[in-house]
Design a protein around this ligand. Structure first.
Ligand code: HEM
Length: 410
């Protein structure tokens, strides 16, 4: 039935298979997609993604987990983070960490972000361009999240390296030996099955020890310290959360910043609009997010027999929400394949389709993208793409590993 396997990691080296998703959206009901020993219902329409996201009692994040493949029970427990939980556990975890990420708290980090942006952008221009990922898109989010966590900035390179290895773990060609970074944990117990997760856990634990003895005004201190109401993360919850923050706060935003740069280079008239009228800034940020769709999908599992878009779903079956498809749904977006920074209505699902797991870092990511575009627009830093983008072979994250850009007309 599937002429193109939308789970093939290598497919994404050519970009998102929009034609295939378009055909799936046009097929009535949901499409059954074979995968490994089982399979899943592919949810490709915007309205259906919203429905799944906002009905967590029927579509669970905790049964199985939120990735395509199945995990053994021991692995599921060892790897579980906030994203793989349901209420009431999810509600408790989210309460402990959500305060740090409210729009108001995120504004506290705007000046730090702007300082980092100015430094990176000026260096990029001074060098006459280069690999946009290496020079701007990767260092910006990692430096911001490390500032928020209270982690030394000198370690940014190491953490970017670990994060890149985790992306490899979502493809089928991991580059690390099982004992890399001194790992002795069986790989199936580690997030992304990667020894880089072991290194990240160890790093997070060292940070926790430091902040227990020397508390500071940072997120690691918040995470390791008992709250007034006695809420505290267990050791496993802490390390999985630290891991998720470093990965989620880094890889996804990097991807948005890269696809944004590529989109403006390919559509110079959109750049001119932004430079001419800074009122377009907020809508441009949303369009970059829709365009990039850094997370291609998330999975849920049916808790009971149910029905979606007229298709019966049995309890225990997997349901995969393809954000990459929903963000091009013509039922919701006029001319969905056009990059239009002034879209008046842009209810994209790049941060998820709503509901309890809606991205915790959405305000932070929006702020980072906005500050970068604003500082670039102030300088009229027009970009020209001077090399072919090397995309990651991943069906989960829409990553670009490297892409050369040059400044023009600045
Ligand atoms: C452009 C950047 C980003 C994109 C596209 C993105 C996307 C997503 C998506 C699709 C989800 C899952 C939603 C769902 O299952 O319903 C998610 C969850 C999450 N994101 Fe992000 N994210 C981004 C940036 C960030 C940042 C900067 C952070 C942290 C600092 C972060 C932390 C999280 C966390 C902790 C969750 C799990 C929330 C929960 O389960 O309650 N994300 N994100």
């Amino acid at each position: 039935m599937n002429t193109v396997d939308v789970t093939s990691p290598h497919l994404y080296r050519q970009g998102i298979p929009h034609e295939r998703f378009s055909a799936m959206r046009a097929t009535p009901g949901l499409t059954w997609h074979p995968y490994e020993s089982g399979g899943f219902w592919a949810v490709t329409r915007h309205a259906d993604v919203r429905q799944v996201s906002t009905t967590p009692e029927i579509f669970s994040s905790a049964i199985g987990h939120t990735n395509l493949w199945d995990l053994e029970a021991d692995a599921l427990e060892a790897r579980r983070s906030i994203i793989d939980t349901d209420a009431p556990e999810h509600t408790r975890l989210r309460r402990i960490v959500s305060r740090a990420f409210t729009p108001r708290n995120v504004r506290r980090w705007e000046q730090t972000t702007r300082d980092i942006v100015v430094e990176l952008v000026e260096e990029f221009v001074a060098q006459g361009g280069g690999d946009w990922v290496e020079l701007v898109a990767a260092p910006l989010p990692i430096r911001v999240i490390l500032s928020i966590l209270g982690v030394p900035i000198e370690d940014a390179h190491f953490l970017v390296e670990l994060s890149s290895h985790l992306v490899e773990g979502t493809g089928d060609q991991p580059s690390l030996a099982a004992d890399a970074y001194g790992n002795t944990t069986p790989l199936h117990l580690l997030p992304f099955g990667s020894p880089a997760s072991h290194a990240l856990f160890e790093y997070g634990e060292r940070m926790a020890q430091l902040r227990r003895s020397e508390p500071s005004d940072d997120l690691v201190t918040t995470l390791v310290r008992a709250e007034d109401d006695g809420e505290q993360l267990s050791a496993a919850e802490y390390r999985n959360f630290f891991h998720l923050l470093v990965f989620a706060g880094n890889e996804t935003t990097r991807t948005a910043l890269t696809h944004g740069a590529m989109a403006f280079a390919a559509h110079p008239e959109q750049w001119d609009r932004l430079v001419a009228d800074s009122d377009h800034l907020d809508t441009a940020v949303e369009e970059v997010l829709r365009w990039a769709t850094p997370v291609l999908h998330m999975r849920r599992t049916a808790t009971q027999d149910t029905e979606l878009a007229g298709t019966p779903i049995a309890a225990g079956e997997k349901v995969v929400m393809w954000y990459a498809s929903a963000n091009r749904d013509p039922e919701v977006f006029d001319d969905p394949l056009a990059f239009d920074i002034a879209r008046p209505d842009n209810p994209h699902v790049a941060f998820g389709g709503g509901g309890p797991h809606f991205c915790l870092g959405a305000s932070l990511a929006r702020m980072e993208i906005g500050v970068l575009l604003e500082e670039m627009a102030k300088r009229n830093l027009r970009l020209e793409q001077t090399g072919v983008a090397e995309r990651a072979p991943s069906n989960f994250v829409h990553s670009v590993l490297s892409v050369h850009m040059s400044p023009v007309g600045s």
